[in-house]
Design a protein around this ligand. Structure first.
Ligand SMILES: Nc1nc2c(c(=O)[nH]1)N[C@H]1C(S)=C(S)[C@@H](COP(=O)(O)O)O[C@H]1N2
Ligand SMILES: [Mo]
Length: 261
């Protein structure tokens, strides 16, 4: 799905980064470079480079990697609930109490087949379960087991148009000034196998405080990317016209759009 031009320019940036690190000899030829780029040992060598290039190299080389997965025994006994309080509309509370008979996930934007899926319909799709660590930018972490629908499946179902580049998640909660929470990720993370729309946490329906009925898990990034209380998903070519234009609630307040771990 990645646009060729951005792959090429990314490669150029990485070649540039290599020149500055004394690893330039690795990049003598594009083909060799491409092969090296696939090689785990070389990737870790590149990633061990210290200094200012480290984060850049991580961004350039690490995005296809799987986040670490843990065992049942590692699941945290306490998992902080963070961010805005849950939505307090009658609609939300009644639906939550009844087990979500009314909620539907609206999926639209730059797609061939817009869809509206109930929780039952989402649960009927093939699911993925993963035990992963959530890292909040505030400095705490917690491990939990998440079950949900890989976002890739949603993408295949709605068939994005060629100009779609990002997926935006719109949430039902607001902050104290009434601004809605939202987030966005690019197709790289949409297609990542651990990127799921989760409806279960630790073998139980997703609790309200953790984002019921549906939340994003994008295990390659920090906690603030993992939108809770999702009700709408939109495929877009740019996020500049949404809210303050920086791609997410926290981004609009100065946080980085790509919050890779
Ligand atoms: N809708 C919504 N999603 C959100 C937030 C929020 O305030 N609203 N906070 C984010 C932040 S900063 C973190 S760390 C995680 C917290 O998830 P948790 O409550 O399951 O710990 O949710 C993220 N997703
Ligand atoms: Mo966070």
């Amino acid at each position: 799905m990645e646009k060729n031009s951005s792959v090429i320019s990314r490669r150029k940036i990485l070649l540039g980064a290599l020149q500055g690190t004394g690893l330039f000899f690795l990049s003598g030829c594009e083909n060799v470079f491409n092969k090296l780029h696939q090689n785990q040992k070389v990737l870790s060598l590149l990633e061990s480079v210290e200094g200012g290039n480290r984060r850049l190299l991580r961004f350039l080389t690490g995005r296809n990697k799987l986040a670490q997965e843990f065992g049942e025994q590692d699941i945290s006994r306490y998992f902080k609930a963070n961010g805005n309080p849950p939505p307090v509309t009658m609609e939300y509370l009644i639906d939550a109490a009844a087990g979500w008979p009314f909620w539907k996930l609206q999926i639209g934007g730059l797609v061939n087949q817009p869809a509206a899926l109930s929780l039952e319909e989402l649960k009927a799709l093939p699911a993925r379960t993963q035990i992963t660590r959530h890292d909040c930018v505030e400095g705490w972490s917690a491990i939990a087991k998440w079950k949900g629908v890989p976002l890739k499946q949603i993408l295949e179902r709605v068939q994005p148009l060629p100009e779609a580049r990002y997926v935006v998640f719109y949430c039902m909660d607001t902050d104290s000034s009434g601004d809605y929470f939202y987030e966005s990720i690019d197709f790289h993370d949409v297609l990542h196998p651990q990127t799921i729309l989760a409806y279960e946490m630790n073998d139980r329906p997703l609790p309200i405080e953790h984002g019921a009925p549906l939340r994003l898990r994008v295990e390659t990034q920090l906690g603030y990317k993992m939108a809770k209380y999702i009700h709408r998903v939109e495929f877009v070519s740019s996020y500049q016209t949404i809210a303050k234009g920086r791609g997410g609630y926290w981004e609009d307040q100065g946080y980085e759009w790509y919050a890779g771990i």
